[in-house]
Design a binder for this molecule. Structure first.
Ligand SMILES: Cc1cc2nc3c(=O)[nH]c(=O)nc-3n(C[C@H](O)[C@H](O)[C@H](O)COP(=O)(O)OP(=O)(O)OC[C@H]3O[C@@H](n4cnc5c(N)ncnc54)[C@H](O)[C@@H]3O)c2cc1C
Length: 346
């Protein structure tokens, strides 16, 4: 690998903190790469709650998570960082003069790292019942996401879950699937109130079946596809068997630092311990956002922005000790080519 492929800063995690870090790396004129395990940028905003409104990001009184992610991607990639998706970073090794990151897409070399891995690689929760694992591994009609609603056209679909995704997809697949049944282990749904009202209205019209409090006992397959689900009532234990042609478990994601825990980083409360400069215990390795811990830490998007700026500016100073840590104000930076006349309101 040539020196040209060694980036100044590699950001592990393309959520809001990582995207803001990429913006700052560009602003400081250093080469940058963002690596994420998921097939898309945006972190939790896109993976967990794209349709929810966020009210506590400065300057944006109310914005959908997916719109904030879109804006952040535009801002974070404007200086052309390399973006490597579907590449969970599995190893981090300090080598002579650089750091080596091992990913399923090959090794990546970098001078510094900013870890903005949030809650880890966001692995979807699955059903822990007989039949799930075999059918899931064989891709036989059981899913943890709805990628393409059309995939479910004309099928009897069982959705499992009580949050926004489960309720939203019960609404979204109605009219596409032949039959939609939603089961949840509690009687109350945790989803947006308006969505639950819509669900109940469709249930009253017989367009969606809603069964609570129910859980899946087992799944059965026939000729390479899931064909039946046995569910049980959580209070009475009574079983029911449903004929199904697809099962989607929409149970959220497991917070799990995964391989990050094996890189020799000092951890506290399942998070990376950092100094006020967002330094970890490994030289050249910084961290920011939900993945870090320090006294008084708040897990908020707004907090991640500040930490990303501190981490990247200190990484720049680490690479070149003559470079100042303070970036200056964006209003005055040549990189944005702002017309000074406009700035002065002339
Ligand atoms: C339902 C919900 C509502 C929320 N509402 C708000 C709100 O209103 N206001 C607010 O401020 N906050 C809110 N939050 C919290 C907010 O989303 C998080 O604080 C924020 O997403 C943290 O950003 P991050 O970039 O640090 O991490 P994340 O958004 O978690 O992004 C981390 C990224 O790192 C990737 N990754 C992890 N490990 C690896 C690895 N080894 N290799 C490669 N990639 C990896 C992941 O795939 C992920 O894309 C909410 C959270 C949830 C779940």
């Amino acid at each position: 690998m040539s020196d040209a492929s060694i980036k100044d800063v590699t950001i592990i995690g393309g959520g809001p903190t990582g995207l803001f870090a990429a913006f700052y790396a560009g602003l400081r004129g250093v080469s940058c790469r963002i690596v994420d395990a998921l097939p898309q940028l945006g972190g939790q905003l896109m993976a967990l709650y794209p349709e929810k409104y966020i009210f506590d990001v400065g300057g944006l009184p109310r914005i959908l998570a997916k719109d904030l992610a879109k804006n952040m991607i535009e801002q974070g990639t404007q200086f052309g960082p390399e973006v490597v998706l579907e590449a969970e970073v599995q190893g981090l090794t300090l080598e002579d003069g650089h750091i080596r990151l091992a990913t399923p897409r090959g090794d990546l070399l970098t001078r510094t790292v900013v870890i903005t891995a949030g809650k880890g690689a966001l692995n979807p929760r699955v059903l822990e019942c007989p039949g799930w694992e075999e059918l899931y591994q064989a891709r036989s009609g059981v899913y943890t996401h709805v990628h393409q609603p059309e995939e479910f056209r004309g099928r009897r679909v069982l959705l499992v879950g009580g949050g926004d995704s489960a309720v939203d997809w019960a609404l979204g697949l109605q009219g596409i699937a032949r039959e939609v049944t939603l089961i949840h282990r509690r009687s109350e749904f945790r989803a947006h109130r308006a969505s639950v009202q819509e669900l109940r209205a469709l249930e009253a019209q017989g367009k969606v079946n809603v069964l609570t409090p129910y859980e899946v006992r087992s799944l059965e397959g026939d000729t390479g596809c899931v064909s039946a689900a046995t569910i049980f009532h959580n209070d009475t234990g009574e079983d029911r068997t449903l004929e199904v042609e697809a099962v989607v478990a929409l149970l959220g994601f497991k917070p799990d630092l995964g391989p990050i825990g094996t890189w020799g980083l000092e951890l506290e409360k399942n998070s990376i311990k950092v100094s006020q400069l967002m330094e970890t215990n490994l030289p050249g390795v910084y961290a920011a956002g939900d993945v870090v811990h320090y006294p008084g830490k708040l897990e908020l998007i707004a907090t991640g922005y500040g930490e990303a700026a501190i981490a990247v500016n200190n990484a720049v100073h680490h690479i070149n000790p003559k470079a100042r840590v303070a970036p200056g104000h964006s209003t005055n930076l040549k990189i944005f080519k702002q017309d000074e006349g406009e700035d002065a309101g002339e």
